[in-house]
Write a protein that binds this ligand. Structure first.
Ligand code: R7I
Ligand code: MG
Ligand code: MG
Ligand code: MG
Length: 356
């Protein structure tokens, strides 16, 4: 049904925006029990229809800046043009460098500019003495690709991989972006009227990740944990989903899944946040499932803007725009522009049948 699909595109990009904007004040923090209460009140306040103008307006960060570029890359060009995407990233960065970009990705932007975009994949490949970045910067911006190519899995994987390689070439950075992309696509395909089966969702992702990690294994180096990293993490997600929520479980989530700036320590966590909050309150007082996902992600601390944004993108793709509280959305920078971008992405998706 086209109107449901349109609503899901909006839900996903607005979910990503809200997660970024509401999560960024807590980035890098450890969240205490007291702070969880403050976060609950903060969200309660944001939901008030006549929000006090003095309530600080939340700016988005690099997560949203780069997501916007990925959406434009898909909307403006009939075939993927990675040079165009690299230019969008770089132009945005030099226009607004203070969006909280990762410390090392900035080197890539400078090199791209200095080299006049001669080889858009080269600067990223040189990062970290040639091993490439495993930061979550590829995953945090991938949602538009999962939406746009939702009917074309093979091409989705290819475009997600190539677009990530402009900044992140470490296998963990790429596969983390692929996992996040798959999660958004899978959530988009689900009927929001039907009860979600979290462990089934997780199993489906596990099987897809096994396939991705298999093709890259070639050398059969079983001892190299990076080659099977995400399928192993998804087993942990599945195990944690089977346990009832309490504060100790949250500690276990942080210890076993992580809440860090690497893709490995944040993408599985974001997926867990989405899946855990669909059927359990997780200590969050709200009936709104999108808010619950985002608020819960923030209470885990660490890379809060990014984990909340990724979890919000998945939840929004499942629930659609109905789950977006408009007061909360209006509190976030550029929410109208993001809604329009989602519509344009939805309209452009017909052209998404590109040759391989
Ligand atoms: O991945 P990236 O775009 O950063 C995204 C994060 C999100 O949390 C945003 O909200 C923003 O705050 O930043 O940027 P990168 O600079 O490529 O990677 C982020 C960080 O991960 C780096 O600055 C390193 O600290 C770490 N990192 C690595 N450290 C050692 N070895 C990434 N790759 C490596 C590595 O190979
Ligand atoms: Mg950020
Ligand atoms: Mg930061
Ligand atoms: Mg972050």
């Amino acid at each position: 049904e086209p109107s449901l699909l349109r609503s899901k595109f909006r839900g996903s990009l607005l979910g990503a925006l809200i997660g970024d904007c509401t999560g960024s004040p807590y980035e890098g923090e450890t969240i205490t029990a007291g702070e969880k209460i403050i976060i609950q009140r903060y969200f309660d306040k944001l939901e008030e229809p006549n929000l006090n103008l003095k309530t600080p307006f939340r700016a988005y960060t690099d997560d949203t800046a780069m997501t916007k570029s990925v959406a434009k890359f898909l909307i403006d060009k009939p075939e993927p043009d990675y040079g165009f995407l690299a230019r969008l990233f770089v132009n945005d960065y030099f226009k607004e460098p203070r969006r909280g970009y990762g410390q090392n990705v900035v080197d890539v932007f400078h090199k791209l500019k200095t080299s006049k975009f001669e080889d858009v994949f080269k600067p990223a490949a040189e990062q970290f003495m040639g091993s490439g970045s495993y930061g979550n910067g590829g995953a945090m911006r991938i949602a538009p690709i999962g939406l746009y190519y939702h009917n074309n899995y093979k091409i989705m994987i290819k475009v997600a991989t190539q677009s990530t390689k402009i900044t992140h070439t470490h296998l963990l950075g790429i596969n983390g972006a692929l996992l996040q992309c798959m999660a958004v696509q899978q959530a988009l395909m689900l009927d929001p009227q039907k009860k979600l089966d979290p462990r089934h969702f997780c199993l489906e992702l596990y099987l897809k990740m096994k396939e991705v990690e298999k093709t890259e294994e070639d050398g059969e180096d079983e001892s190299d944990f990076t080659s099977r990293a995400y399928q192993e993490k998804l087993k942990v997600v599945e195990r944690l989903l089977g346990k009832p929520h309490d504060d100790n479980l949250d500690d276990e989530v942080i210890r076993n899944l992580g809440h860090g700036i690497s893709a490995y320590e944040s993408v599985p966590t974001a997926i867990y946040c989405f899946l855990k909050t669909q059927n359990e309150s997780c200590g969050i007082m709200t009936d709104n499932l999108l808010r619950r996902t985002i608020q819960y992600a923030i209470t885990l601390g660490g890379d809060t803007d990014t984990i909340a944004s990724m979890a919000g993108a998945i939840a929004g793709a499942y629930l659609g725009e109905d789950a977006v509280n408009s007061s909360i959305a209006k509190h976030c920078e550029s929410y109208k522009e993001i809604a329009e971008l989602a519509d344009n992405l939805f309209e452009a998706r017909g052209g998404s049948l590109v040759s391989e």
